[in-house]
Design a protein around this ligand. Structure first.
Ligand code: ZN
Length: 326
């Protein structure tokens, strides 16, 4: 067997307005804008990556912002909620911060004894902040006004909605995930060999729920982490025995294979290598438009089609810069 899958690598969703998406994830959630690039399969569209300061796999939420995109509706066969991890003791901070920005928040402490804040991004995508004592260590973004002690610590996991559990459970089992808890209609899986980061996959079963409709606010796919190319190829063999899986796709920052789990959610297996530092310095990640080499010749045409955006850095940036240089 190949090395174990290490939880989520990234979650990719659909947004509408690029500037609105950029502002929410950097200025409200305090994530770093890790990469400003284009959709390799549709270069007239942006592809934004947000994460921790270093762009660590397991912290990365990405978007295809399509201006004017119709809003989707979450339903069966989809990831309905994407959860980030926050340190315990930061629930009050986030609750206050989101309320102050006019974002309605639901609070529960009834899910597997964890405190969870649920809210939506500007496109209606459902997000959660899950508080727990052993939140992962990630490099907290320098260009954010969220105090380091409260900052988002990468993914906690995702929740999928399905009509039945068994088919999706067997696909997770194949990937090394095992059932760790169940509560009502919710069953939780994790990979015992993986880190805490992005390693909680929940399936909620509702036999009478409607199917989702893809659009702005919908999760497009979730990617799991393979250590390197060799592991990815070994996993491709394993997966290919049960499900239809693509050939390896070159994504510049990682390599990917894609397959659809039986419940309908598109899965990707992405390599940790080479990472986001391959085409720009760590200090200036996300500041300029990066496009793959094979599209460079078309850069003027691509830039002309993209809606201009502006990255606003918080008032603490100047100070953070000084700290960074010390
Ligand atoms: Zn992906």
């Amino acid at each position: 067997m190949p090395n174990p899958i290490k939880g989520l690598h990234h979650v990719t969703a659909i947004a509408s307005d690029p500037q609105q998406n950029l502002d929410f994830y950097t200025e409200v959630l305090g994530l770093r804008f890790v990469k400003r690039t284009v959709n390799f399969d549709d270069p007239g569209t942006y592809h934004f990556y947000f994460g921790d300061d270093a762009g660590t796999p397991g912290t990365i939420i990405t978007f295809f912002p399509w201006p004017g995109a119709r809003r989707g509706s979450a339903g069966v066969g989809e990831v309905t909620h994407t959860a980030f991890s926050i340190p315990s003791g930061s629930v009050a901070y986030w609750s206050h911060r989101l309320n102050e920005k006019g974002i309605p928040v639901e609070h529960t402490d009834q899910r597997f004894h964890e405190e969870v804040l649920t809210f939506a991004d500007p496109d209606g995508m459902k997000l959660e902040l899950v508080a727990h004592a052993d939140a992962s260590e990630v490099t907290v973004p320098r260009y954010a006004d969220v105090p380091a002690e409260y900052a988002i610590r990468g993914f906690f996991g995702v929740t999928m909605l399905h009509h039945e559990l068994a088919p999706s459970e067997s696909a997770l089992n194949m990937l090394g995930f095992v059932k760790t808890a169940a509560e009502g209609s919710r069953t939780r899986f994790r990979n015992p060999a993986g880190p805490l980061l992005g390693n909680q996959i929940d399936i909620v079963v509702d036999p009478s729920a409607s199917y989702g409709r893809n659009g702005a606010g919908s999760v497009h796919h979730i990617a799991f982490r393979a250590t390197d190319d060799a592991d990815q190829l070994a996993w491709r063999e394993v997966i290919g025995k049960k499900l239809s899986v693509t050939t390896v796709q070159q994504r510049d920052y990682f390599e990917s294979i894609y397959f659809r789990e039986p419940g309908g959610v598109l899965y990707e297996l992405a390599t940790d290598t080479p990472g986001f530092g391959i085409d720009e310095r760590a200090e200036t990640l996300g500041e300029a438009l990066r496009i793959p080499a094979w599209l460079e010749a078309s850069r003027p045409m691509i830039e002309a089609r993209l809606k201009p955006i502006e990255l606003h850095q918080s008032s603490t940036s100047a100070q953070a810069d000084k700290v960074g240089q010390a």
